[in-house]
Write a protein that binds this ligand. Structure first.
Ligand code: PMP
Length: 364
């Protein structure tokens, strides 16, 4: 098989070891004579998987005892509604930090349920894009929580600074960065991420939430979006996405085996440095984000001569480098280099970029 390097932003590459294992046990999981796709979510085998997956995730992220882990439906967008529904009443004020497409989508949804402050934290100076440091964010004294997105998947912007706001609940949309690096869970009241980037494949959404926040009595929240009901039902209030859950657990085990988040963070930094170095050392490719806020997960770049974009995509495909186009709203290129992308994939991309540059430099 001609294996490609797939730079898709999600669903995205899975660790090859995980896929081999999933294939091996597809028909006969844990010697039960059946596939994990065929068994009841209430069977003792699946209940064991639930327990183990929680334990594995807790260990990987060092999640303290006063936090619960929920496995939910509806992706990250589902959480855009669940969060304000569960944590606010109609007149409550909440702060939504706007740093790109996904944080804005979250804010727009929140507006349906409560008084939503949208706080723009990005600015452009000398053609470079910057994010204001957290101490300059204009937070509302009365807000019930601050929501932000530490990795804007489309713009390739990351906010790595750890939040330090006194007496505030901090909520993070970690969809495209959870498990890519070490984080201090204690800094947050709620973290959520859909699975299709670093965790596994689409279908399941992870919520890590302070126990004391799980108390909503609002009877109008659809039960499936209600954190209290999900917790009381061990996250299987209704039928979960068995396969996505199972695959996530295989990824947790894989991560532990390769050295945990410390090791994967090291690998991710190395990969992204290689790619940004290529971009910065050329005037053929451009990335205008200030170094501090460049994403390790989603490396965006434009070709100085945008007329060459389609050619770049076509020729990169012929060189087994796939899905390098950015979201249709943004344009240009994006290399999503999540945990499962090997360093060799990035090296191949860098090599191709040098080749393409040499070939078309005269057309710049
Ligand atoms: N937030 C971020 C940061 C994302 O990258 C995405 C998906 N790319 C979403 C939210 C939406 O996720 P979902 O499709 O799982 O609802």
């Amino acid at each position: 098989m001609n294996k490609i390097y797939n730079f898709s932003s999600g669903p995205s590459m899975l660790p090859i070891e995980v896929m081999i294992q999933a294939k091996k046990e597809f028909y006969n999981w844990n010697n039960i004579g059946s596939s994990v796709l065929e068994i009841s979510h209430r069977s003792k085998e699946f209940l064991k998987l639930i327990k183990n997956s929680k334990k594995n995730l807790r260990n990987l992220l060092n999640i303290p005892k006063n936090y619960e882990i929920l496995f939910c439906h509806g992706g990250a967008r589902g959480q855009f509604s669940s969060i304000p529904m569960n944590l606010t009443k109609k007149k409550d004020i909440v702060d939504y930090i706007y740093s790109g497409h996904w944080s804005y989508q979250a804010a727009k949804e929140s507006k349906k349920y409560c008084n939503t402050n949208i706080i723009n934290v990005s600015y452009v100076k000398n053609k470079k894009k910057f994010i204001l440091p957290m101490k300059k964010w204009k937070i509302n004294n009365q807000s019930k929580y601050i929501h932000y997105c530490p990795n804007e998947t489309i713009e390739g912007i990351s906010i790595d600074e750890e939040p330090n706001f006194k007496n505030k609940n901090i909520i993070g949309d970690f969809s495209s960065t959870l498990l890519s690096r070490k984080i201090n869970i204690k800094k947050y009241s709620l973290i959520y991420a859909s699975a299709q980037k670093n965790i596994g494949t689409s279908g399941i959404t992870i919520i890590i939430i302070k126990k004391k926040l799980i108390k909503s009595k609002n009877k109008y929240i659809p039960s499936i979006l209600n954190y209290k009901i999900m917790l009381e039902n061990n996250s299987i209030y209704n039928t979960p996405t068995n396969f996505s859950w199972y695959l996530s657990n295989l990824v947790f085990i894989w991560l532990k085996k390769i050295g945990g988040l410390k090791e994967i963070e090291k690998r991710n930094i190395e990969k992204s440095k290689l790619l940004y170095k290529k971009i910065d050392n050329s005037d053929f490719y451009i990335n205008n984000i200030t170094k501090k806020n460049r994403s390790c997960m989603n490396v965006i770049f434009q070709l100085k001569n945008s007329k060459l974009n389609n050619l770049f995509l076509k020729e990169s495909n012929l060189n087994n480098l796939y899905a390098l186009n950015n979201h249709k709203l943004f344009g240009g290129m994006r290399a999503s280099i999540y945990n499962a992308m090997p360093i060799d994939g990035v090296k191949s991309l860098v090599k191709f970029m040098s080749y393409f540059e040499k070939k078309y430099k005269h057309e710049n």
